[in-house]
Design a protein around this ligand. Structure first.
Ligand code: PEP
Length: 247
C-alpha cells in the first residue's frame, strides 16, 4: 500500500456530544492515538463542539473535521457554516453528502458536487459519501447507483487526494454491515472509475463498523479505512477499530 493510502479511521459523531462531553471523548481518542502510528484518525463532532475538540486534539495525531458545509464562503445564509469557518476552528476535513444529508435533507448529486468544490477551494479534504439504499441493492442497482454518485463529483477531484466513503444506506446504524466480499466488490469498482486518482484516493467503508468486524473489512485490498458512526461515540470501540486498522 502506498503512503497516501495509509489507513484512515474517521468518527462521525452525528448529533451527539455537541457540548462539554466532547472534550473527554476527544481526549480519550488522543490518548489511544499515541499507540497508533500507522493510522490516521479524524473526529467529526457537531459544529458546536469543533473548537473544544480542536483544542483537545491540538499537537496530537488526531485531526478534526466538520460533518457538513455550505458551498458559499459567507453571506446571508442563516444557519449555515462554510469551509473557511471550518478551517478557522481547526478543521482539516469535512464529510460531504452523508446519506442522512441526502435522505433527510434532500441533498442531491449536484449539491454534493458543489460542496466538494467548496471544500477543496477552502483547503479542506472532503470525505465524500456514496452508497445505495436497500431497495436499490435488492433491484441489483448497487454499482449503477454508486457509479452515478461518484461520477457526479469525479472531475472536480483532479489534482487532489481525497477520501470517498462507501456507505450502503441499509448498513448505517442498523447493525447490518456489508460483508467483506460485498464491500470489496464496490470498493474495487469505485477504484476502477477513479483513473489517475486511483492511487491517491482513500476509499473508506462505513456502515455498522465495530471492533469485531473491522479487521475483516479493513483487510480487503481496496478498503483504506472506515467512516464510523455509532462506534465512534465510545473511545474504546473507536480505538478497537483503529487498532484493527493498525494491524
Ligand atoms: C455513519 O454515520 O457514517 C455510519 C457509518 O454510522 P454507523 O457506523 O453507526 O453505521
Amino acid at each position: 500500500m502506498n503512503s497516501i493510502r495509509r489507513p484512515l479511521i474517521a468518527g462521525n459523531w452525528k448529533l451527539f456530544h455537541g457540548g462539554l462531553s466532547a472534550t473527554p471523548l476527544a481526549q480519550a481518542v488522543v490518548a489511544i492515538s499515541r499507540e497508533l502510528d500507522a493510522v490516521d484518525l479524524v473526529l467529526c463532532p457537531p459544529f458546536t463542539a469543533l473548537p473544544l475538540v480542536a483544542i483537545a486534539c491540538h499537537n496530537s495525531r488526531v485531526q478534526v473535521g466538520g460533518q457538513n458545509l455550505y458551498p458559499k464562503d459567507q453571506g446571508a445564509f442563516t444557519g449555515e457554516v462554510s469551509a473557511p469557518m471550518l478551517r478557522d476552528v481547526g478543521c482539516k476535513w469535512v464529510i460531504v453528502g452523508h446519506s442522512e444529508r441526502r435522505q433527510l435533507f434532500g441533498e442531491t448529486d449536484v449539491g454534493v458536487r458543489e460542496k466538494t468544490v467548496a471544500a477543496l477551494a477552502g483547503g479542506l479534504i472532503p470525505i465524500v459519501c456514496v452508497g445505495e439504499t436497500l431497495a436499490e441493492r435488492e433491484a441489483g442497482k448497487t454499482l449503477q447507483v454508486v457509479e452515478r454518485q461518484v461520477r457526479a463529483f469525479l472531475d472536480v477531484l483532479a489534482g487532489h487526494s481525497v477520501a470517498i466513503a462507501y456507505e450502503p444506506v441499509w448498513a448505517i446504524g442498523t447493525g447490518k454491515n456489508a460483508g467483506p466480499a460485498e464491500a470489496e466488490e464496490v470498493h474495487a469498482a469505485i477504484r476502477s472509475w477513479l483513473g489517475d486518482l486511483a492511487d491517491r484516493t482513500r476509499i473508506l467503508y462505513g456502515g455498522s463498523v465495530k471492533p469485531d468486524n473491522a479487521a475483516a473489512l479493513l483487510g480487503c485490498a481496496n478498503v483504506d479505512g472506515a467512516l464510523v458512526g455509532g462506534a465512534s461515540l465510545d473511545a474504546a470501540s473507536f480505538g478497537g477499530i483503529a487498532r484493527a486498522a493498525q494491524g
